[in-house]
Design a protein around this ligand. Sequence first.
Ligand SMILES: [Zn+2]
Length: 417
Amino acid sequence: MKKEYPNPVQASRGQKALQPNHFHLAGKVVYFVFWQFFFGELVPVIYCPKCGKVDKVTSDGWTGVSEKIRRVCSANALAFLFSKVFRCGKGRKKGEGCPANDGKPYQFRSHDEGVLEQLRRQCPAVLDQLPIVFTRGGAIERSLLDTMVRNVASSTSIADQQKMVREAHMRTFTQQKVTYIQYAAARAKLRQQESGAHLYPGRAQQPPPPPSDFGEYADKEGYRGWIPSTSWIAGVILASLNSRLAFLERHLAAVDGVFWRGDHTFQAASRIRSADGRKDYTAIYSIMNEWSQIVGQWAVGDTSFDEYATGVQDVLKRYDALGYQLPKYMWVDNSQTVAAQLYDAIPSLSRVLEDATHVMRRVFEIIPDGHSLKADFCRDYSSAIFQIHQQDKWALREFLLAGGPGRRKWTQAEGGR
Ligand SMILES: [Zn+2]
């Protein structure tokens, strides 16, 4: 369904005049949307989205012919949707049109929401494997959308993402404009040679006509350049995140466990920002089970229990609905402040325990760094809490020195610790 226009030199070959249009077309991509043609067996019939019937549906040309062509937001060049148009019913007499449209004919396009909805029902794989994702009023390249979602996760602002697209598009535009100018100059030179200017230098030569202007980026008659607005980008990213969230929610619902561990992380929360770059949350609170799977996770405004109390109730309701065994033990980062509230909220808990690393950290923080015995004390205190299995420790050391789970090998110095 994807067509790339040939390069401009090919496009203008055999033409009498050099048309900027050849260069305007170059590098542009058109996505044809015609389900029955490309996926005949998977999508044999498209029903009228208005009345749900098929008997009066007929072909009615293509988008972009009679109306505004729809854009596809692409990473580095212009792209368009070219959609098959249909019509339910024809004629002007009453009853000849679509029964659900007051008997008037109803026109619809292949990328209309009502048609996409049919595809999602009949064969969702068709939409999932396309190189583009349909949005309100157009589409976006799937790879670009994935990049944008990834960028949001690493706190790139929407405005920055828009700049990224703009720079890439401007580069494509400039490249084509420069190629056009060079090509026009080369043609003018060739024409002079062919007219015998070198053989008869004295003879008056007719100067070649100046090449027509390539125009500017946004020229409606020319390049027709376009940059997506920040609000459009934000809307598309949000819609994509919401569709991913549905999957995560289904996945989360299947997780159980009786040993819970609740902890705040502050780093991830700093990456959640509103459109104007403001931080919206202080922390992420996660509850994990004995297999380190996430049972529940919430963005919170502060570290108080109230911020995730409703969330815990939701998890318990889910446990109850699915017949899971309720949690018995829970490790937390500060049992003194939340233990009573947790016992109250989760009646099945028999113990709220202090996470050992947090206990240690709290003790270590009290001792001034300058204290001569701090290092010795910390080491002894740690070995009093953790019983380290020497064979495991050496196996882990070997693993890390050999490359470990990440990209970077450990050095001998790090392995010595
Ligand atoms: Zn109809």
